[in-house]
Design a binder for this molecule. Structure first.
Ligand SMILES: Nc1nc2c(ncn2[C@@H]2O[C@H](COP(=O)(O)OP(=O)(O)OP(=O)(O)O)[C@@H](O)[C@H]2O)c(=O)[nH]1
Length: 264
């Protein structure tokens, strides 16, 4: 997941290549009804169900309304999705999502999709991408942190955030980068305040405090040319999936089994 152009498809391709190199069964799922070119042919493709192009042409919708229409159409045809995914329940699926940010923040479409995967007993990890260049404009960076947080809160699934396109970021000291990997909102607010009118400083402070109070957003760097960063991300995803599986409510025990005694 992530905003338009944040590097979602590149992430999918990078992880697909890496998984294939280490001999792991992996499939690409495309959920973007506007996607055109793929480096790997998707095993499941929303365009087999509906395409943005058709919706725009036939219903005269614009790109954003059309996208939402396509996703709602998918929601009304979840049996199609469940049948498609049902063929791969033992494998690793990488789901490339559309870039419209409202899908993760104020529609429940992704949430319903997550529930559909849950019905198939598929363990999930959300991966949210934010471009590294955002660190050069702290207001944008904070907007990105807030949208990542919003996705985490809405979806309630094991989740990691990835800072993409690290090769494009000018060299920075490790200590400086750490401020972004684990955002220190109050420290960063000083820079944002320097660029905004004093009448917004209280608002900036409140936003910083919100990020601090939730204290749940951290980023892992992805440099597609650095195998170590790819391995590290995949291992975090695996751990998050394992964590999610460990948290699954257990089947209720048979009567009499494991009953607590009255003294407990
Ligand atoms: N240098 C560099 N460019 C990247 C990287 N990741 C993505 N890009 C470029 O950024 C642009 C957008 O990348 P995509 O992977 O298509 O991003 P996306 O999030 O799938 O985009 P949408 O599907 O349109 O939302 C493309 O031109 C990519 O080549 C990266 O790690 N390094």
């Amino acid at each position: 997941m992530g905003p338009a152009g944040s590097g979602k498809s590149t992430y999918c391709t990078t992880i697909m290549t890496h998984c294939q190199n280490i001999g792991r069964a992996v499939h690409l799922v495309n959920l973007d009804p506007a996607a055109e070119k793929f480096e790997y042919e998707p095993s499941i493709d929303i365009k087999d169900l509906i395409s943005l192009e058709d919706v725009m042409e036939e219903l005269q919708y614009g790109p954003n309304g059309g996208l939402i229409y396509c996703m709602e159409f998918l929601m009304n045809n979840l049996d199609w999705f469940e049948d498609e995914v049902g063929a791969y329940t033992d494998d690793y699926l990488i789901i490339d999502c559309p870039g419209q940010i409202e899908l993760y923040t104020h529609f429940d479409i992704m949430k319903r999709l997550v529930e559909a995967l849950g019905r198939l007993n598929i363990a999930i990890c959300g991966v949210y991408l934010l471009e590294s260049q955002f660190v050069e404009d702290k207001s944008k960076f904070f907007a990105g942190v807030m949208s990542a947080m919003s996705a985490m809160i809405n979806l309630e699934i094991p989740h990691i955030n990835v800072m993409s396109k690290m090769d494009l970021l000018p060299k920075m000291k490790a200590r400086e980068l750490e401020r972004y990997y684990n955002p220190d909102p109050l420290l960063l607010m000083e820079d944002v305040n320097a660029k905004t009118s004093p009448k917004y400083h209280e608002l900036n402070r409140a936003i910083g405090q919100l990020v601090e109070d939730f204290n749940m957003v951290a980023f892992l760097p992805l440099n597609v040319t650095d195998e170590d960063s790819i391995t590290a991300i995949l291992s975090h995803v695996d751990n998050a999936i394992q964590f999610g599986e460990d948290q699954e409510p257990k089947e209720p025990e048979e009567e009499g089994e494991g009953e607590m005694d009255d003294d407990y």
